[in-house]
Design a protein around this ligand. Structure first.
Ligand code: PLP
Length: 407
């Protein structure tokens, strides 16, 4: 018997069958291995490529000041916190990070979780009961959907609580029905920037509707943190909605370049999540080096406009270059730049050919996006040079020619 493998035959054959199913459906994932710091050009699977798939928007993942803060923190505190946050795992540096983020976001309080995903699964079920309803945009991120599923509130699409993407009439219809049903609390939840399309939620309209129908709003700013608003403070800042968004989620894993997620809101929200946010209660605190590196990353964001300026210069340049050459970037408004290929097989072949050309960018196909809307998702960053973007464009043009596409 192979002691390294699975003992139970039923489980083994089920796994084999399911994995084959994924392969047959072209949905099987196998990560490429990065062996250099994150950046515009990286070494992946032993090959130098232009990376257009990273969320390291500001280049902070390998910023000299952030690296140095991390090295200093290891010298001072070692590498582990040793416990969950409330059982002695909260170090001074964790506390300092939360205060720094709260100031940055202009909110009373912030609670950090180990990731954006866990911030969603910690916060959403904690603030909802079975007397409540969740009204959700149909393109919300998987971590929102999972967080909502963990809650006892009503949320199902089949019962009419998921509205068509950014459709404010549909949202208002949900709110009217929710009011008639007499739920105790009504929560509207939306991505700030949608991760597959790169478009921005109509937050001013959402907030106005929430106020009209006595609902509260939670916005997931994972892709807007470091990208939109003052110094990258997110969509609430971008739309100047200070004091009108009840719960803001941000990630520390994308533009901030390290790892983590946080919930920003009132003092009472933080108190409640310390007592009822399960990933906070039952999962070990970040290593102190994470908190220290994040404080340094915030320092850069608040004091050096250069990375964010370069991110947006590159974003505008990249979208313009693509448009001039007839590529369809699907109305995206942020660095997330989908390039439409339509058919799933064509997009997947484009991904393979791009890799051969030295460009790493992933295809996104059904069911992640609608049928016929298969795309290559690209993300320019502050770390890309003009040469990187030009080379990447030439690769896209050659790949399009090889695929025999007209435009
Ligand atoms: C990436 C992402 C998350 C998860 O954040 P992590 O810090 O990577 O766990 C949550 N929500 C949205 C919208 C995201 O894009």
């Amino acid at each position: 018997m192979d002691k390294m493998g699975i003992m139970n035959g039923t489980l083994q054959s089920w796994l084999e069958k399911e994995i084959q199913g994924l392969k047959d459906a072209h949905l099987y994932k196998k990560p490429r291995i990065l062996d250099s710091p994150a950046g515009g050009r990286v070494v992946m699977d032993g090959k130098e490529v232009i990376n257009l798939s990273s969320n390291n928007y500001l280049g902070l993942a390998n910023h000299p000041k952030v690296r140095q803060a991390a090295l200093d923190a290891i010298e001072r505190w070692g590498v582990g916190a040793g416990a969950v946050r409330w059982i002695g795992g909260t170090m001074k540096v964790h506390d300092e990070l939360e205060e720094r983020i709260a100031k940055f976001k202009k909110v009373e309080s912030v609670l950090v979780f180990t990731g954006g995903f866990t911030a969603n699964s910690g916060c959403i079920p904690a603030v909802l009961t079975k007397q409540d309803v969740v009204i959700s945009d149909e393109l919300n991120h998987a971590s929102i959907i999972d967080g909502v599923r963990l809650s006892p509130a009503e949320y199902r699409k089949s019962e009419g609580w998921v509205y068509a993407h950014k459709d404010m009439d549909a949202l208002e219809d949900c709110l009217k029905r929710a009011q008639e049903r007499g739920f105790e609390k009504k929560m509207i939840i939306t991505d700030g920037v949608f991760s597959m399309d790169g478009d921005i939620a109509p937050l001013p309209e959402i907030v106005a509707l929430a106020e009209q129908y006595d609902a509260f709003v939670m916005v997931d700013d994972a892709h807007s943190s470091g990208v939109l608003g003052k110094n990258g403070a997110g969509t609430t800042s971008h739309f100047d909605l200070y004091g009108r968004v009840d719960i803001q989620l941000g990630t520390l894993s994308k533009a901030l370049g390290v790892v983590g997620g946080y919930i920003a809101g009132s003092k009472e929200l933080k108190e409640w999540l310390i007592n009822r946010g399960r990933p906070y209660l039952f999962s070990t605190a970040h290593p102190p080096v994470v908190a220290a590196a994040l404080i340094a990353a915030l320092d850069v964001m608040e004091n050096d406009p250069e990375p964010m300026n370069r991110l947006w210069d590159n974003t505008k340049k990249w979208k313009a270059m693509l448009a001039e050459n007839g590529f369809d970037t699907m109305g995206s408004e942020t660095p997330i730049t989908p390039i439409l290929f339509g058919d799933a097989k064509v997009a997947q072949e484009a991904e393979r050919l791009l890799w051969e050309e030295g460009v790493y960018a992933l295809s996104i196909v059904y069911p992640t996006v609608a049928l016929g809307k298969a795309r290559i998702r690209t993300m320019p960053s502050a770390a890309h040079t003009d040469e990187d973007l030009n080379d990447a464009l030439q690769a896209f043009i050659r790949v399009r020619d090889k695929l025999g596409m007209t435009v």
